[in-house]
Write a protein that binds this ligand. Structure first.
Ligand code: TRP
Ligand code: ZN
Length: 801
């Protein structure tokens, strides 16, 4: 009668008034834990996932992030089954017991919240290396994997060392413990977890060998290793007061990993990829029923708030502060943050306050970015006064209502801007009538009101506007720009982001036009622009490859009022094919050149070369000539790395090549024992534009290698289909929706966190045709009608109906 155990809590009725010590013994069954939260079994190893609220599935505890404590952990286990026993901190003692058992005692000297606790037990192999910090301390680095994966850890280790050096150089942050461990597990709900001193990673973000992983896998590994490492300061040493502050650690850490990756590869391409992701995923979230602020103010299940808004938009908010206070000001702000709050559990507001105090700026209005959901829209109109030689820009900002927020206050929006003259040069900007020497060619406009006007003087001819350079704020821009202006910017803009953006806008206008009127000819401006771009000399081939890549179907759909998935798909294909016909020679030359230079090496240069080669192959494959088919097959058969092998297989299987089935089988047999490669095999088939793709996907759910208990496999088939194959997911008979609904239904009983994630494509029904809306809502209703629906899934589905 001294305590009561309920579904959720342990209640102790009469605790002593004073300080007391409480001993709790719990018995748990990790093998039955299919939710993968708390302590669970993955293959033959035991591991934990405690963020956000997994620790309470191990033992009763004050499981909230502002309860910081030091942990001593003793693991006792069978020596043969679990020779390796790990936890946070440093191993301080170990010993042997009877019955073939052994034990290891770990001590973590740093106070931490329970969500950063971790243990791992298993028969694991390890690669070891070290890192010497600026102050001369030698840190032992260990990566634990299954024995047969030992040859796939070198890149992860190099990435870790690069991250440690980068954080010292760029943020003055040194590692604190003497040991840093990373463990790779195959069953994992997300990417990776920053547990203090003992990161646990999805195998996807650790394992890589040139023949099993693509160049983009290599980049993602580097980025995620960096992300988890950077959390040691932004997340672990300084943590969140409560889960509403999640973006305090995630937004800031994503911003830091973006900077890190940009420094390791191509600044231009990294920024474009990040914005592409934000505009397709986060903008969709902000425009739908699940829109929430970067700092949400309520939730049913916190796991549902590890969203693109909290992560990627959160990073954009930090980036805007960086833009407003400058590189040095930002560093002063983070220095103050680390100094003022080390060892504390704080709020996003505390972070902003440090930026204000270090820079003597007022970010009161800026803070609305944390509280108001929705993507602001900036409508721009311009006037040129040839007599006065003045150029006037009027901005109007609006933000549509989001759940619980019918009206919004004006945001503080930093807009980087340049004006280009007829000669293709950026004009020196004078915002003061008096002529000032040395005026800059780019300015940062700070928009604060709902409407604002800026005037530029001494403008000799009507300029072309390059606005929101570098994507300086997460907003949509409405500016009527003619095809000719876009062509001009595509050729002259000195901002690498906006140059790409101009080409994207140009292609988007053309493709959307064509989707509405399929017989419309492709305007000469588009063909000419691509011809110019592809014929120029480029240092950064990855950037050229990115310029030549047409906007995705998802992004194109986001620009239309009623989504037409088939129309968009066919229009995009038609444009791609026309470009392939017109640029055949140039595409082929680039392809040949890359083949001649191919090294199979993993380096930025070699990866850029491959990226360009495969963009060219992708265009050429649309020609479907005997030559182009042969090119694909030849690349597939002779590929010396996964990037080329997969790109060739995609080209073969997406274009109804007669030998399609053979090559897919061949690939499967070759890679049968590499789950991460088999994931690619599933994804490829799920994203095919060919007819009968849904039937293939349904059949694949019955494949011996398909398993709802493995999140990576679910994502590689089910999500790949629902997210990346709009053509088939939205087929008019509604079969795509029913398929997803059934998978979600089954998955909800196994792993609610994943069920609640993969259902999201069904919740985005708002801009579809009435018929599709009805079908999607019907599928959601069916899910909601089950009495045993999880809290996770219930929250997402009920909010979206
Ligand atoms: N904090 C982790 C990161 O950003 C992600 C994370 C949160 C997570 N919850 C999780 C990972 C649950 C796996 C499972 O890196
Ligand atoms: Zn994180």
């Amino acid at each position: 009668n001294d305590y009561r155990v309920t579904e959720e809590n342990l209640v102790i009725h009469n605790p002593p008034d004073d300080v007391f010590s409480l001993e709790i013994e719990t018995i748990i069954n990790p093998a039955k834990n299919t939710q993968l939260q708390g302590l669970y079994k993955s293959d033959n190893m035991l591991c934990t996932q405690c963020e956000a609220q997994g620790f309470r599935r191990i033992t009763y505890f004050l499981d909230q992030p502002d309860i910081m404590a030091t942990y001593t952990t003793t693991l006792v286990a069978d020596k043969t089954v679990y020779p390796v026993l790990l936890s946070n901190g440093n191993p301080v003692d170990r010993g042997e017991l009877d019955n073939n058992q052994h034990w290891v005692k770990w001590e973590d000297p740093f106070p931490k919240p329970s969500y950063l606790f971790a243990i791992v037990a298993g028969d694991l192999a390890c690669i070891e290396d070290s890192f010497t910090t600026v102050s001369g301390r030698s840190i032992k680095l260990e990566i634990y994997v299954e024995e047969h994966d030992l040859d796939k850890c070198a890149h992860a280790m190099r990435s870790l060392q690069a991250s440690m050096a980068w954080d010292e150089q760029n943020y003055g942050r040194e590692y604190d413990l003497d040991l840093y461990m990373i463990v790779a597990v195959s069953h994992f709900n997300m990417g990776a977890m920053e547990n203090k001193g003992l990161n646990i990673f999805n195998t996807q973000f650790v394992l890589a060998r040139p023949d099993t992983a693509t160049d983009s896998d290599y980049e993602h590994i580097e980025g995620v290793i960096g992300h988890e490492y950077f959390h040691n300061w932004t997340g672990n040493r300084i943590t969140c007061r409560d889960w509403f502050q999640l973006s305090l650690k995630e937004g800031l850490t994503v911003f830091r990993d973006q900077q890190f990756s940009a420094d390791q590869t191509s600044q231009a391409v990294k920024r474009i990829n990040d914005v592409n992701g934000l505009r397709t995923r986060q903008f969709a979230e902000d425009a739908g029923p699940l829109a929430h602020p970067v700092r949400p103010d309520s939730y049913i299940e916190i796991n549902n708030f590890y969203t693109s808004t909290v992560y990627e938009k959160g990073a954009e908010v930090v980036r805007m502060i960086h833009t407003l206070v400058g590189t040095f000001g930002f560093r002063a702000g983070t220095d103050l943050y680390f100094q003022r709050h080390d060892g504390e559990a704080v709020t996003t507001d505390d972070f902003v306050k440090c930026m204000e105090d270090a820079n003597q700026v007022d970010l009161t209005q800026f803070r609305l970015w944390y509280d108001q959901a929705g993507t602001p829209e900036l409508t721009m109109d311009t006037e040129y006064d040839a007599v006065q030689q003045r150029f006037i820009i009027n901005f109007k900002q609006q933000c549509k209502p989001t759940p619980g927020q019918p009206t919004k206050q004006a945001f503080h929006i930093p807009v980087r801007l340049a004006l280009f003259g007829e000669d293709g040069q950026a004009i020196k900007l004078h915002q003061d009538e008096a002529q000032i020497e040395n005026a800059a060619a780019e300015t940062l406009l700070e928009i604060k009101a709902k409407t604002s006007t800026f005037c530029f003087y001494h403008v000799k001819s009507k300029p072309v506007v390059s606005v929101l350079r570098g994507f300086s704020a997460p907003v949509r821009i409405n500016l009527q720009q003619s095809l000719d202006d876009l062509v001009f910017l595509a050729q002259n803009d000195t901002d690498t982001f906006n140059r790409w953006s101009a080409i994207q806008n140009l292609s988007s206008q053309v493709i959307i036009g064509l989707s509405e009127e399929p017989d419309r000819p492709v305007p000469g401006q588009l063909l000419k622009t691509f011809k110019t771009i592809i014929s120029q000399d480029w240092d950064d081939l990855a950037y050229l490859a990115t310029l030549l890549t047409l906007p995705s179907e998802q992004y194109l759909s986001s620009l239309t009022t009623v989504i037409n998935p088939d129309g968009i798909h066919h229009a995009r294909n038609a444009v791609q094919q026309q470009l392939a016909v017109q640029l055949q020679q140039q595409l082929f030359n680039h392809y040949q050149q890359a083949v001649e230079r191919e090294t199979n090496e993993i380096s930025n240069q070699a990866a850029a070369q491959r990226k360009l080669k495969n963009v060219c192959l992708n265009y050429l494959a649309t020609l479907q000539t005997r030559e182009s088919n042969e090119l694909c097959v030849k690349q597939f058969e002779h590929a010396g790395n996964m990037t080329d092998e997969l790109a060739a297989l995609a080209a073969i299987t997406f274009h109804s090549h007669p030998q399609r089935k053979n090559y897919l089988d061949q690939f499967y047999r070759k890679w049968q024992s590499e789950p991460l490669v088999i994931d690619k095999w599933f994804s490829l088939q799920a994203t095919s534009p060919l007819e009968n793709t849904l039937e293939t996907v349904e059949a694949l759910t019955r494949h011996a290698d398909f398993n709802l208990n493995t999140p990576n496999r679910v994502r590689s088939l089910v999500s790949a289909f629902a997210v990346n194959n709009p053509l088939h997911f939205h087929q008019t008979n509604g079969a795509g929706y029913l398929f997803l609904m059934r998978q979600v239904q089954q998955l909800d009983k196994i792993n609610p966190q994943i069920a609640a994630r993969i259902v999201i494509p069904l919740t985005q029904w708002q801009r579809h045709t009435q018929q599709r809306q009805n079908q999607m809502k019907q599928a959601l209703q069916t899910l909601l009608s089950r009495t045993d629906i999880s809290r996770d899934l219930y929250e997402i589905v009920s909010k979206s109906l």
